[in-house]
Design a protein around this ligand. Sequence first.
Ligand code: HXC
Ligand code: NAP
Length: 291
Amino acid sequence: MNFSAKMLRDGALNDKVIVVTGGGSGLGKAMSTYFLELGAKVAITSRDIEKLKTTATELEAQTGGRCLPIACDVRHYDQVENMLKTVLETFGKVDVLLNNAAGNFISPTERLSSNAFDTIIDIVLKGSKNCTLAFGKHWIDKKEKNKVVLNITTTYAWTGSGYVVPSATAKAGVLAMTRSLAVEWAKYGIRTNAIAPGPFPTKGAWDRLLPGDLQEKFDLTKKIPLRRVGEHQELANLAAYLVSDFSAFVNGEVVTIDGGEWLQGAGEFNMLEQIPPEMWDLLEAHIKNKK
Ligand code: HXC
Ligand code: NAP
């Protein structure tokens, strides 16, 4: 099976203007690429303007689309307002905000300084809040409808996870914001949804979550019932659907795309997967003998 096949038809995002925070690398770049291929105009934002310019040039050459790089640290509301202003001056409107920018690293929580904890909360939760508030105010003020906020969260937003506690705390906040605004802002024609990805290897995440030889020590695919990690295009396909008009009745949803990973960790008896098939006759006999 080809996990990199592209899902939507050509032109499915024609006329859409999409802002992707953290769009210069990793999953943000993969989603931006596909949006451009589908006809959208895309603004990619992050702290590193040189990286963004390189990515924008590469993506325009690859897709023939229009990609605008804008420096914006999502932790600062004034920078977010300026970024929105630049998008509106360039494209005349904006239809989709994709809150993808994030910060994360593994650490025992007691080792963290107060500033280290704040840094993650500020990028992930405050950053998503800053962008959502600025874009939402604009759309509501202008009475523009058919707008979308798409948030990237993770599956540990609902289970929690040790060793990434600031990230888990912040992503849980993003999840609550997603579901809350889906109801409150629907009357303004704004849909709010989220994607909860499992492992999709990127340099940004793997350098910080699996440093040194951890990648060899922990085989992530063993944690996943489908026994593989995600392909970037699979996430891009889902994101493209959720920002398109095809998902016009989807609101307040958090779509998990993790090969069944979090459920494998959660199910009480899922460890019985390790029982060899030939042992089941014996186990069944043991159980029946107890009657
Ligand atoms: C302990 C650390 C640390 C570490 C930084 N700090 N790294 N503490 N262990 N490994 C502390 C610093 O000492 C400092 O505290 C504070 O955190 C801020 O660090 P800075 O380097 O000054 O911050 P900044 O330059 O803003 O960089 C932010 C960052 C960095 C988050 C620390 O890693 C970054 O730029 N990340 C962006 C990309 C990213 O993280 N991508 C991965 C997303 S993956 P003091 O007290 O010393 O000042 C993801 C996947 C989830 O979210 C799910 C996977 C399945
Ligand atoms: P990544 O490449 O490191 O992406 C994170 C992006 O956020 C970078 O482009 C970074 O750009 C930007 N960023 C960080 N701090 C910022 C700030 N203060 N202001 C603006 N932009 C900032 O990692 P990724 O794996 O693609 O992650 C993308 C998203 O997917 C994140 O929300 C992450 O939590 C989520 N996710 C990833 C996985 C996975 O397996 N990869 C799993 C679950 C969820 P600059 O450094 O240039 O600012």
